[in-house]
Ligand binder design. Structure first.
Ligand SMILES: [Fe+2]
Length: 198
């Protein structure tokens, strides 16, 4: 798990916020299959990253630590990325999950394996009372299986411009954004670096 504070300059954050303003957003209520995976999570919204900002985002993520980890897996036949914009308003959260989406067959091919999750924050301001923290868990070693055996190891505030990376699968959740946030939105880009194998 790694956190980089101030990964994005104020200018870069503003650039992505402007792009987010122009994006076409869909709320959980418009995405029934996503809502099935994430029940009771409020009504956060998701949007595709546009063609201008996608390459800009990825070029800044050309980090040796990411590259070396991805290349450490044997027999890779393809490398994939999947990132989206997310907007969480007061009342929105993401319940505990481990990002497992592995081995699913899509159109006769195994889906790429998610290897590194990245989440990075673009809002202008965030106060500690506003919630929206990312909680990362470890499984207790004395037992196996089940979310009841998780113990939190990290609580990461969504500081403007910071970037969080962790390897998956790993259980995590996003705390509900508090109503003290008012109209402020927790704006992020989140997704995965993935590998494809035969
Ligand atoms: Fe996740």
């Amino acid at each position: 798990m790694a956190v980089v504070e101030n990964f994005w300059s104020p200018e870069e954050r503003q650039f992505f916020r402007e792009k987010m303003n122009q994006a076409s957003w869909k709320s959980l209520s418009d995405l029934p299959h996503v809502r099935e995976d994430f029940p009771n999570s409020g009504n956060w919204a998701k949007a595709d990253i546009g063609p201008e900002e996608g390459p800009r985002f990825l070029s800044r993520l050309q980090l040796p630590c990411i590259r070396d980890y991805i290349e450490s897996f044997p027999n890779i036949i393809g490398r994939h990325v999947g990132f989206s914009y997310y907007s969480y308003a007061a009342g929105d959260c993401l319940l505990t999950h481990d990002d497992t989406d592995q081995g699913r067959v899509v159109q006769g091919r195994r889906a790429p394996q998610r290897r590194i999750a990245v989440v990075t924050y673009f809002h202008e301001e965030w106060q500690p009372d506003w919630g929206g923290e990312l909680i990362i868990y470890e499984r207790r070693t004395d037992r196996s299986g089940g979310q009841a055996n998780l113990t939190p190891t990290h609580c990461i505030e969504p500081r403007p411009g910071s970037l969080v990376m962790f390897t998956v699968p790993r259980f995590h959740r996003v705390c509900r954004v508090d109503f003290t946030a008012g109209q402020h939105r927790r704006l992020s880009i989140a997704g995965w670096f993935m590998t494809e194998h035969d």
